[in-house]
Structure formats: C-alpha cells, structure tokens
Write a protein that binds this ligand. Structure first.
Ligand code: FRU
Length: 497
C-alpha cells in the first residue's frame, strides 16, 4: 500500500480510536513480534532519542509514527527501565503540536540540569510549498515525569552556508558549559556536524563546524554523537551518500576516533572512518553514560527507505540491545551490557569436536536465547553455526579460515529484506580462535564477535518453526564449546497514548 502525504501527516490525537484498535489487532497477528527488544505497539519506530539516566531510572525515547509502518508525522515515545533490560512503555512524550515542530518532533538527546531532564530535539516544519525549516527546540521533564516544552525554539532556522537539513542535536556538559553537535548539510551539499555552546541550555551560540579530516564525505550527516572514552574523542555519525567500496547498506553508521575535540575551535584530529556494525540493520545510534561511568550505545535496528516484512502487519522496527563501549587498540569495542545476564533462563551446554560434517545441537533449539560459542584448535578450512534452521531456512555464521573472514549469511533466513543490497556481510577474524556471543529474538540476531571487536546486527524473518541450531566444519576439524540460555522476559504492555 502506498501512503499519500495526507495520510502520513495525520495526528494520533485526531485518529478514530477504532482505527487504532484495528491497527493493534493487525500488529497482534504478526508472527514476528520481539520478545525482549524495544518495539512499537503500532506503526514505525526509528532513532533512539533522549537516552539518559534520571531519577534512578534509564529513560529511552524513540522516533515514532503511530499510524502505520511508514515515516510520517513523528512523535517521541517514552520508555524507562531500572536496569537497561526490563523496559516499561510510558506513552507519548512529545507531540508535534507547536508551530515550531508542526511536521515532526525529530531526533534529539537529553541532559540533566538543575533537577530536570532537558530534552533537546529538532522541530521539523514545512510551509505551504512543502519547504522544510528546522528549529532546535527544548523541553523539560520534571522529577514527576511531566514534560513541558519551551515556548520558543532555542535555535531558529539554519545559519548561512547550510541547507534545511540541520537536525538531531546531541548535547553534553563539559566543565561549566553545555555543548551540542548538530547534523548538517552545507550549501555545497556535503555533510558535516556543527558545534554549539550554551551556559544555561536556553541561549545557544554557534562555535563552528567540527573541523574533521572529512570535508567531502557524503551529502548529509545524521545523528552525530560526541563523547570521550579512555581519553579519546569519539564522534559517531551517519553519513548519507558515502561509497564505502564494499557491499553494504543503503546508509551507514560509523565513527571517527582521535584526540579530544577542541571545544574552542571545533578541531577534531582523528583516524579513518569505521563502521560501528557489520550487519544489515543498524542506524542512528545514541549513547549515554551510566551512573557507574559506562558509555552505553543503543541503535535503531532498521534502515531508512527500506521495506520490511512486518509492514504487512502495521508495524516496523525495534531498537538494538544496549551495548557497553570500550576503546582497545584505537578502535571501539562493543559488548552487550552485563545486566542482560539477569534474563538468562534455562541453560544448555555442549562441547566436542566436529570433523568435516555437521552436528545438530537439539538441546539448543529455540527462537529467543543467548548463545556463546568458542571455536578452537581449528584446522578446518571452513566452520560455523547455522541458526533458526528449518526445512528450507537457516541463518549462517561461517568462518573461512583461509581468508580469515567471518560471514553472516541471511540468504535463506526467511522472508527477504533489501536483497538488492546483498544477503551476506563479512568481517575479518583471526581464524585460530573465534568467539561468538549471539542474541536471538523472534526476528533479529545480534552477534558480538571476539568480545566485541565487531558486531553484526540483523533483522531476520524466519518461519516460527525454524528453531534449529547446527554446527558444521569442512576440510578438517574444529573444537567447540557452547552455552545457551533461554531468554524469557514478559513483552512490553500495550500502552499507546
Ligand atoms: C535519522 C532521521 C533523523 C531525523 C529522524 C526523523 O533516521 O532521519 O535525521 O531526525 O530520522 O524521524
């Protein structure tokens, strides 16, 4: 079904309640609802927003179009959690109900100040001829959870030298000042990020563009996020329109790392751009700091301009699991937050050797689990694990020892997604020992390789009965040792408005 503009820009508040019930019933018929990932009750979820710890809880908002699986009039939806694992739906946080955000409460971030959580976001507006004008806006969440918007935007329009693509403020505090980076497009149609400073979160002044070594790198940088880790400066962002010279996704999400940002000049010295995730469905991540000082990242498990099989059931996308970041050898490593261990249920163990053949781990069958497997003493030319296997389906992690490559192959995972961008993704590995930590949910897989050196994130849409787990080796032997825990968390409750 094609959605015309009038349908996509309808407001939740003006929608017939019967339409919402009908949509919710359609979602409930979906075979692909997730078990322990944040997902929308109806409609489309995209970027994580406003990720912060405040008043003893984590708050995580997301971009939401409630009325169908398309990018329409965006709201901020609010979820919260005591532990980054068990999330409660809290309803709509920000509606597009002001002149300065009339066509969408777009992405942004949060920061605590003076006992409140401040939400800084982009108000998307369009005029009669559908010309876009962005505003950077602020709202304030009180201790009791009440949210009030500021009466006027804190940054109006765009400075000269930039187009109307100017959005997604990520705010942080450094010393006495607040800073924000905003994703932007220059008038010459190249992407960049612009640095702002404020003393009070009300009045903002432009410092300068971030001065990186990437003056001509894509046509727009979405969702920038700057932070420091281990004394290094890290800028995550989503450059649109870059050719990364390998089969990849429609848009990519990555980072540059180097010496800390000079907040007086905007200078950022850094190494080459690297991908944050080697999988298929990952975009627009956002980070926050926990009270005990860990830097945690959550991403959108989806991509813009891409159709997904859940569209037929009136919903689309989910968020990734939260990952803890660390710097090692000049790169970012990502591991699932340790709190996820608290949802480990029934455990199965297996170990042994496979010699040119395959082995079904019958105890390991399932569709919602965590699985850790280590491969050692490898003289096979290829080996790996097939997951969610069924009569005709399988999702395969295959290590090619000669080429030192690990592949995630979703060619036979079930219903296809964006096949025109390929069905295999790869990363480099040291083939003498390989460790995989895998989180499987009904319709997604997240694979942490070698303690977080690489991550593959992907949606998969297998048949409900495709639950098998099978190990295999070719041209030699491999020793393996595997553990699997079922994951059972009660799904989030319906709580739309
Ligand atoms: C990234 C993005 C942001 C924008 C938001 C709108 O996915 O395009 O740049 O703020 O989504 O939903």
């Amino acid at each position: 079904m094609e959605w015309v503009k009038e349908e996509r820009y309808r407001r939740l508040e003006d929608t017939d309640p019967d339409e919402l019930s009908w949509l919710a019933a359609k979602v409930a018929r979906s075979p692909w609802r997730q078990g322990y990932h944040i997902q929308p009750e109806t409609g489309l979820l995209n970027d994580p927003n406003g990720f912060a710890f405040f008043q003893g809880e984590y708050h995580l908002f997301y971009q939401w179009f409630p009325l169908g699986p398309v990018h329409g009039l965006k709201y901020w939806y609010h979820t919260s959690s005591p532990d980054l694992v068990r999330w409660t739906n809290r309803g709509v946080a920000l509606k597009p109900d002001q002149d300065f955000d009339s066509h969408g409460v777009y992405s942004g971030s949060a920061i605590e100040f003076n006992g409140c959580l401040y939400l800084m976001y982009t108000g998307n507006t369009r005029d009669k001829s559908w010309e876009r004008l962005p505003y950077q806006c602020m709202a304030q969440m009180e201790k009791d959870g009440q949210i009030h918007k500021f009466h006027s935007p804190v940054i109006s329009g765009t400075p000269s030298g930039y187009t109307e693509h100017y959005r997604d403020p990520k705010v942080w505090q450094q010393g006495e000042c607040f800073y924000a980076v905003i994703g932007a497009q220059r008038s010459n149609l190249t992407g960049c990020a612009v640095l702002y400073r404020s003393n009070d979160l009300y009045k903002w002044e432009k410092v300068d563009e971030l001065n990186t070594g990437l003056p001509d790198f894509g046509y727009m940088w979405e969702c920038p996020d700057y932070f420091e880790l281990n004394g290094q400066g890290v800028l995550c962002f989503c450059p649109q329109g870059v050719d990364l010279k390998e089969p990849g996704n429609i848009y990519s999400s990555g980072y540059i790392i180097g010496t800390p940002l000079d907040v007086e000049t905007g200078d950022l010295q850094h190494e080459d751009f690297r991908l944050l995730d080697r999988g298929f469905d990952f975009y627009a991540p956002q980070t926050t700091l926990t009270p005990d000082g860990r830097r945690i990242l959550v991403g959108w498990m989806g991509l813009p301009e891409t159709k997904y099989p859940t569209d037929d059931y009136g919903w689309a996308h989910c968020l990734t699991l939260p990952r803890e970041l660390r710097v090692e050898g000049g790169s970012l490593y990502q591991v699932p937050v340790r709190e996820l261990q608290t949802i480990r249920g029934q455990r199965s163990l297996a170990d042994g050797m496979i010699s040119s053949g395959s082995l079904n781990l019958t105890d390991f069958a399932g569709s919602r689990y965590e699985l850790i497997i280590e491969f050692n003493n490898i003289d096979a030319t290829g080996f790996g694990i097939a997951l969610r296997t069924g009569e005709k389906e399988r999702t395969v992690l295959l290590c090619n020892t000669k080429e030192s490559k690990l592949m995630l192959d979703r060619t036979l995972s079930g219903r296809p997604i964006a096949e025109e961008f390929g069905t295999i993704r790869t990363c480099n590995v040291n083939p003498s020992t390989v460790k995989l930590q895998i989180f499987m949910d009904t319709s997604s897989i997240e694979v942490f390789v070698d303690d977080g050196r690489e991550v593959f994130t992907a949606r998969i849409f297998p048949h409900e009965e495709s639950k098998g787990v099978c190990l295999f080796a070719k041209g030699g032997n491999v020793l393996y040792r595997a553990k699997k825990w079922n994951i059972e968390v009660e799904g989030s409750k319906l709580n739309v408005i």
